[in-house]
Design a protein around this ligand. Structure first.
Ligand code: HEM
Length: 458
């Protein structure tokens, strides 16, 4: 259909050889907005020996999300996680093994399992906030990361960790986390203390999980957590059909925690911060709590949570404005063509690293009207701005490697905010925070919030 010869994307000029990497490390958002202004939805940034091609917005990111792993590969760009997750899992294995391991994630996160996890989300939230006083000052970032590691240990790592070694395991995860620095993305094995601590913590976690798995096997105990699901997982077409090894189970659990911990706690924070700033959004969410209680009673069951569309849209709108994963990456193993919204076609050569950005794409005015403003109604008919083109809303990614934990995360965040809406009022003490783009998973800069206990009349 296109008779014009297609060509390689424009190359971002004026970046000296080293300048590219510095600019990249110090501010991908600035790089993308400068590139977008100058070249539009597709452009290439050379960094050292690599070419990074940005595909910004739904018109040019379809292939990124839909292509199979032989064309758009995650392994090369996410391999820096191997020392954290461990050998033999996820980005340390070939496509065939990884595909089977991803089925094990999907199995552990399917809706029948979520039904079992929901009462744990609710109980952990109720117990956590029961400890708050009548009024006080908190920072959501700290609050939700504590609460979410508690629920993660209950539903994912299991009863043993939650009940008898929570602090020890939380400390080890903290060391793993501290071992993931921006420099680790480029040099994951650099001999620095943060990496030594990471490696020591990884070994210690393997020992702990191995002991728990052994004990469950010997006593024939079955729990209803992700650990149990992995213990029972068996390869079909690879590794001779054996069960996962203890080492692989540990790696899969760590990978899950890394995918779900900061992302969920940050999204809980922004959901609250944006609702507290926008009085109408807060009032609508309160009103919905009353309506749901009338319809289904006070219990926060999975059905009650699924009914909370207003709270769900407030969360989605917070995730649109403030996605914690600001950049998604792939390695192009085959060249491919994209056509921009203005009809220009470019061919991205094989070998390029390809990047797309939820944070940038979510603020494109031709996709989301008045994109910087918090308007949960944009997701409701007749607007439905997220549906005009596929991959408009990519806070959870999409396509072949879309988030497997999105329903888990949504139910958890709704549980937390239902408990809070029913029991507290809030106000911001500090000005509404900016995102901290310096960190690997981007959350709000510190912001104090005042709470006051009150019972919502239901
Ligand atoms: C993948 C976001 C919570 C498990 C992804 C991707 C995004 C994302 C953007 C795609 C990455 C890419 O394309 O390169 C989020 C956000 C969350 C969240 C914003 C919270 C609000 C969770 C939770 C879990 C989880 C709680 C597990 C319990 C996964 C897994 C993948 C993934 C396993 C990999 C899927 C694949 O590569 O095929 N997530 N996530 N996520 N997420 Fe989440």
């Amino acid at each position: 259909s296109n008779s014009l010869p297609s060509k390689a994307p424009p190359v971002f000029e004026g970046l000296p050889f080293i300048g590219g990497i510095v600019k990249f490390a110090s501010g991908p958002m600035k790089l993308m907005s400068d590139g977008y202004k100058q070249y539009g939805e597709v452009f290439t940034v050379p960094v050292l020996h690599k070419n990074f091609t940005f595909l910004l917005g739904p018109h040019v990111s379809g292939h990124f999300f839909k292509a199979n792993d032989d064309e758009m590969s995650q392994k090369e760009v996410y391999e820096f996680n191997v020392p954290t997750f461990g050998k033999g899992v996820v980005f340390d294995v070939d496509h065939k093994v990884r595909a089977e391991q991803f089925k094990f994630f999907a199995e552990a996160l399917k809706s029948a399992k979520l039904k079992v996890y929901v009462p744990h989300f609710v109980r952990e939230a109720e117990e956590y906030f029961a400890k708050w006083g009548d009024e006080g000052e908190v920072d959501f970032a700290k609050v939700f990361s504590e609460l979410i590691i508690l629920t993660a240990s209950r539903t994912l790592m299991g009863r043993e960790v939650r009940e008898s070694m929570f602090n020890q395991v939380a400390d080890l995860f903290h060391d793993l986390d501290m071992g993931m620095l921006p420099i680790s993305v480029i040099f994951p094995y650099l001999p620095i203390p943060a990496h030594w601590n990471r490696d020591r913590a990884r070994k210690e976690l393997a020992k702990i999980f191995s002991r728990i798995i052994q004990a469950r096997r010997e006593s024939n105990t079955k729990e209803d957590d992700m650990l149990q699901s992995f213990i029972e997982s068996r390869y079909e077409k690879v590794h001779g059909g054996r069960y996962l090894s203890d080492e692989e189970i540990t790696g899969m659990l760590i990978a899950t925690l890394f995918a779900g911990q900061h992302t969920s706690s940050i999204t809980s924070s922004w959901t609250g911060l944006t609702m507290i700033r926008d009085k109408a959004a807060w009032a609508a969410a309160e009103e919905e709590q009353r309506a749901v209680v009338q319809r289904r009673g006070e219990e926060l069951s999975i059905d009650a949570l699924n009914d909370m569309e207003v709270l769900g849209r407030n969360m989605t709108e917070a995730l649109r404005l403030f996605p914690p994963l600001i950049m998604l990456l792939r390695a192009a193993k085959a060249s491919f063509a994209v056509t921009t919204s203005t009809g220009k076609t470019f061919v991205i050569p094989k070998g390029h690293v390809v990047a797309t950005s939820p944070a940038f794409a979510h603020r494109l005015p031709h996709v989301f009207r008045d994109p910087d403003s918090f308007e949960p109604e944009r997701f409701v008919a007749p607007r439905e701005e997220d549906k005009a083109a596929p991959f408009s809303f990519i806070g959870f990614g999409g396509g072949r490697h879309g988030c497997m934990g999105s329903n888990f995360a949504i139910l958890q965040i709704k549980s937390i905010w239902s408990v809070l809406l029913r029991n507290f009022e809030f106000e911001l003490v500090d000005p509404f925070p900016e995102p901290d783009f310096e960190s690997m998973v981007v959350g709000p800069k510190p912001c104090r919030v005042r709470y006051r206990r009150r019972k919502l009349t239901l």
